[in-house]
Design a protein around this ligand. Sequence first.
Ligand SMILES: [Fe+2]
Length: 369
Amino acid sequence: MESHNAVNDLHLTVKELSNVYEELSLLYKLSDLFSTLNVNEICENLVNEAITTVGVKTAAVLFLNEKTGSLYTKTYRGDWDANRTIDGEVEVITGALENSKPIAFCKLEAVEHQDNLHGLQSVMLCPLAGKGKTLGLMILADKLSGDEFFSNDVKLLKVISTQAAMAIENAFLYQEIEELLLGTIKAFVKALETTTQWTAGHTERVTMYAQGIAAEMGLDEKQMERLRICSLLHDIGKIAIPRDILNKKGQLDSEEWKEIKKHPLVGVTILSGLKSFDDILDGIKYHHEYWDGTKGLFGLKGEAIPLMSRILAVADAFDAMTSDRPYRSKKNISETLNEIVELAGRQFDPGVVEAFQKWLNRQRPAFLL
Ligand SMILES: [Fe+2]
C-alpha cells in the first residue's frame, strides 16, 4: 500500500514538474513573441499562440472602449464575427472582467444572455489586465479535441494573457510618448517657421513629399517613421541663423550663404544630445549634398550620402522652387519637375527623382494642380 502511494506521489510530482516546465518554456517563448512595440503584431501573436498552445478552433482579442464600456474585436482567428461587439449585458464576460480572473464555460447554451457568443459551444475568457486597468479580454472557444476546458487550459490562458497585457500596455505607453515627442517637434518647427516670412508650411510639405518618395521606393514602416522625423527636423538648425538673413528681400551675398550653410551642422548639434534622434542625425547633416559629389557641404558622393538625405534633397528643392521667396516668385509644378529631372545624376539621386516623378504624377490631380 505504501509503495503504491509512493508511486502515486512520484507520478504527481513528475506531472507538476512537467506543468512547471511547460509554463516556463511558454513564458520564454512569449517574451520573444511580445517583444515588439506594435500593438497589432502583439495581438496577432497572442491569437496564434493561444490557438496553438491550448489547441482551440477560435480565438479573439477584444479591446475595451473606455467611453462606452463595450468590447470590440481587435483580432481573431476561427469562428468569430469581426464586427462582433460585446456590451455589459453579457454576464459571463462582465463577471470575468470584474473579477479580473479567467473563467471557463462548458455548454454555453445553458448560460443566460449569451447571444453575442452565439455559435460557440464552450468558451474560456481571460481579462487582459494592465496595471490598474483592464485593457480588454481574450476569448478562446471550442477545443480541437472536442474536450471541455481543464484547469490547466485556464492556467495557460492566464499566463499568455498576462504577458500579452503587459506588452500591449507597454506598446500603448510607447505610442503615447512617441506622439508627445512628435507634437513637441511640430510645435518647435512651427515656432521656427513663424519667425521667418517664407518658410511657413515648408517643413510639413517637405515631409509629405519625402513620405511620398519613400512609399514609392518601398521603404518599410520603421524607415518611413524615421524619415518623417528627419524631414520634420531637417532645417531645425536655421533657428541659429540671424533672422535678417533668413528674411532678406534681395539675393544673399557669399557671407550670408556661408551662414545659411551652417544649418545642417547646427541642427545636428542641437539634437545630438537626444538619444531618440541618433539615427536621423546623418540624414539631417547631409541633406544638402550633391549626388555627383560637387558643391555639397561635406563632399559626400552617390550612395555614400544617406538615403534619407537623398530623399530630403529632392523634397526640399521641389518645395523651395514651388514656393515664393522674398527675392523671386515661385515656379509652376511642371517647370520645377523638369528642372529636377534634368538635375538627376548631378544634384539628385536618379532613383529618388524617378520615385518622386511617379508619386507626383499620381498626386497631381488630387491636390497639386
Ligand atoms: Fe536645409
